[in-house]
Design a protein around this ligand. Structure first.
Ligand code: NAP
Length: 467
C-alpha cells in the first residue's frame, strides 16, 4: 500500500467533492461565503495531494513558484478595487491558461525526446489543451487591456475580419490534426502555437469594452476546458473534474449574461457591439426634468410604506453600500418596508450588487431577483435607483430601435414615485439616454451616491430626533 494509491486518491476525491459543493453553495447569497471557504479547502487538498505525488522529486522550483505567485497575487488582491474585478479575473485566466498551455508544450517535447511517444488519444487531448490554453492566454490579456483601458475599448473592425479570423483558426485546427496523426512533425508545433496566440488577439479586437465581461466568462470556460484536457494528458482525474466544472460553469454564466442583455453568442463575438453613443444622449438633455434635494427625498422616503432600492454600477463606484444600509435601518425602524431589486447584469460583473450588499450586511431575504420583484413594482411607493441606469431604461421595452431593445429591465417606472441618485444626465454603460428621467413621477437626485445617501441619512436622523 503506497501513498499514491491510498491517501492521494482520497485527497483528490475530497477535493473534487469540495469543488462541487463550492459551486452549489456559491449559487445563493446565503451560502456563498461557505462556498468560497469549501472551494479554498478543496484547492488546498488538491495542492497538498499533488505535492505528495511520487513524481515530484525536487521541491525547490515548486516553492520558488509558490513564493513568486504569492508576491504577485497578494498585492493584486489588495490593490485592485472591487470595480476592477472583471479585469483581474481576465488576468488570472490569462495566467491559468498559459500554465496549462506550457504544461501541454512541455509534455509534447518530453514525449518526443524521452518517450514514450504520445498516443493518438493523448495527442488529441494535448492539442485541445494547448490550442485553448494559448488562445485563451492572449485573448484574456487583450480583455484585460480593454477593461483596464490600456487598449482602446471600442471595437476595431475591418472588411472580411470574420473570414480572416476563421481562416487562422482553421489553419491552427488543421495543423493540430496533422500533429495528432503524426506527432513527429516537430517543425509544425511552433507554427501551431503562433497561430493559436494570434487567433486569441484577433478574436478580441472586434469586441467592444461593453461586452468584455461576457467574453471573460466565455474565456473562463475555455481555460477550464484546457485544464480538463490537461487532466487527460497528465492522467489526473482531479484536473479533469475541476476543469470540467470550471468550463461548464463559465459557459452557463456567459449564457445567463447574454440572456440578461438579450444578446446572442454570435452577436457578442462577431457583432462589434459596445460602442458609446454619447452623441445621442447629449441631444436629449434639453427635455425638462424634476430634481429634488436630500431633505425632500428623505421626506418622501419617510412617508412611504414600501421602497424598492435598485442599485447599479454607480453604487459600486461611490462605495455607497454602507450608507445604504444605514438608511435601510433607519427606514426599517420607522415601519417602512425596504427591499432591494437585483438585476442580473447590474454593475460590471455577475453578482456585483450581491457582493456589495452582503459586505454591508443587508439581510439576504431583502434581496429580490428581477423576475420576482417586477410584478410587485406597481405596488411600490418609491423606486429608489442608486447609480443604476441601463438596467432600468424603459427603452429596452418600448423602443425596438434601441441598442438595448429586448433586454429585460427592472420596471422602476411602474412605481408611484421614482427617485434617481446619479451625478449628472450622463449615460451608463450602453451609452444611451434614459427616458425614465423625464417622466412626471421621476425626481432626479443629483450627486455622488454616497454623499447623497449620507445627507438623506442625516435628514432621517434629524426627523427621528424631532419626533
Ligand atoms: P450603468 O448603466 O453603467 O449606469 C451607471 C450609472 O451610475 C451612470 O449613469 C452614472 O451616472 C452613475 N454613477 C457613476 N458613478 C456614480 C457615483 N459616484 N454616484 C452616483 N452615480 C454614479 O449601470 P447599470 O444600470 O448597473 O448597468 C450595468 C451595465 O453594464 C449594463 O449596460 C450591462 O449590460 C453592462 N454589463 C454588465 C455586466 C455584469 O456582469 N454586471 C456585464 C457586461 C455588461 P453619472 O455619471 O451621471 O453619475
Amino acid at each position: 500500500m503506497t501513498l499514491d494509491n491510498t491517501i492521494l486518491p482520497l485527497l483528490y476525491m475530497l477535493a473534487a467533492i469540495s469543488f462541487i459543493l463550492a459551486i452549489k453553495w456559491m449559487g445563493s447569497p446565503a451560502t456563498a461565503r461557505r462556498g468560497v471557504i469549501i472551494g479554498e479547502i478543496g484547492m488546498l487538498l488538491a495542492v497538498v495531494g499533488t505535492l505528495l505525488r511520487f513524481e515530484v522529486v525536487n521541491y525547490g522550483w515548486i516553492f520558488l513558484a509558490f513564493a513568486l505567485g504569492t508576491i504577485i497575487g497578494i498585492p493584486i488582491a489588495v490593490i485592485m478595487p472591487m470595480t476592477a474585478v472583471p479585469q483581474r479575473t481576465a488576468f488570472s485566466h490569462a495566467c491559468g491558461a498559459l500554465a496549462s498551455a506550457l504544461i501541454g508544450t512541455a509534455e509534447y517535447y518530453k514525449g518526443l525526446n524521452q518517450g514514450p511517444a504520445p498516443t493518438t488519444p493523448e495527442m488529441t487531448a494535448l492539442i485541445i489543451e494547448t490550442l485553448l490554453g494559448f488562445l485563451t492566454f492572449t485573448a484574456s490579456l487583450m480583455a484585460f487591456g480593454k477593461l483596464q483601458e490600456v487598449l482602446p475599448q471600442r471595437p476595431i473592425t475591418y472588411k472580411g475580419q470574420n473570414f480572416v479570423n476563421l481562416g487562422i483558426f482553421a489553419a491552427a485546427a488543421i495543423i493540430g490534426i496533422v500533429l495528432i496523426v503524426s506527432p513527429g512533425q516537430v517543425v509544425l508545433f511552433p507554427i501551431f502555437v503562433i497561430l493559436c496566440l494570434l487567433f486569441g488577439i484577433l478574436l478580441i479586437i472586434p469586441i467592444g469594452g461593453a461586452d468584455m465581461p461576457t467574453v471573460i466568462a466565455l474565456l473562463n470556460s475555455y481555460a477550464g476546458l484546457s485544464a480538463s484536457a490537461m487532466g487527460f494528458v497528465l492522467n489526473n482525474r482531479l484536473l479533469i473534474v475541476a476543469g470540467a466544472l470550471d468550463g461548464s460553469s463559465g459557459f452557463i454564466l456567459s449564457i445567463i449574461m447574454c440572456r440578461a442583455m438579450n444578446r446572442s453568442f454570435t452577436n457578442v463575438l462577431f457583432g462589434a457591439f459596445g460602442q458609446l453613443q454619447v452623441a445621442a444622449a447629449g441631444a436629449q438633455e434639453a427635455k425638462p426634468i424634476h430634481s429634488a434635494s436630500p431633505e425632500e427625498a428623505a421626506q418622501i422616503l419617510d412617508a412611504a410604506r414600501t421602497v424598492v432600492v435598485i442599485p447599479g454600477y454607480g453604487m459600486a463606484v461611490a462605495q455607497a453600500q454602507h450608507k445604504l444600509r444605514e438608511m435601510f435601518d433607519l427606514l426599517g425602524k420607522r415601519g417602512v418596508n425596504v427591499e432591494f431589486a437585483i438585476h442580473p447584469v447590474a454593475g460590471r460583473m455577475p453578482g456585483h450588487m450581491n457582493v456589495l450588499l452582503a459586505e454591508a450586511d443587508v439581510p439576504y431575504d431583502k434581496l429580490r431577483e428581477m423576475d420576482d420583484i417586477n410584478p410587485e413594482m406597481a405596488m411600490a411607493d418609491v423606486a429608489l435607483i442608486i447609480g443604476a441606469n441601463d438596467v432600468v431604461n424603459p427603452d429596452a421595452e418600448n423602443n425596438p430601435n434601441s441598442p438595448i431593445a429586448g433586454m429585460p429591465i427592472i420596471q422602476a417606472y411602474k412605481a408611484r414615485t421614482v427617485m434617481v441618485i446619479k451625478r449628472s444626465m450622463n449615460p451608463g454603460f450602453a451609452g444611451i439616454d434614459n427616458p425614465l428621467y423625464y417622466l412626471d413621477n421621476t425626481l432626479m437626485l443629483f450627486g455622488d451616491a454616497k454623499a447623497f445617501l449620507s445627507s438623506i441619512v442625516k435628514e432621517l436622523q434629524a426627523v427621528g430626533k424631532a419626533a
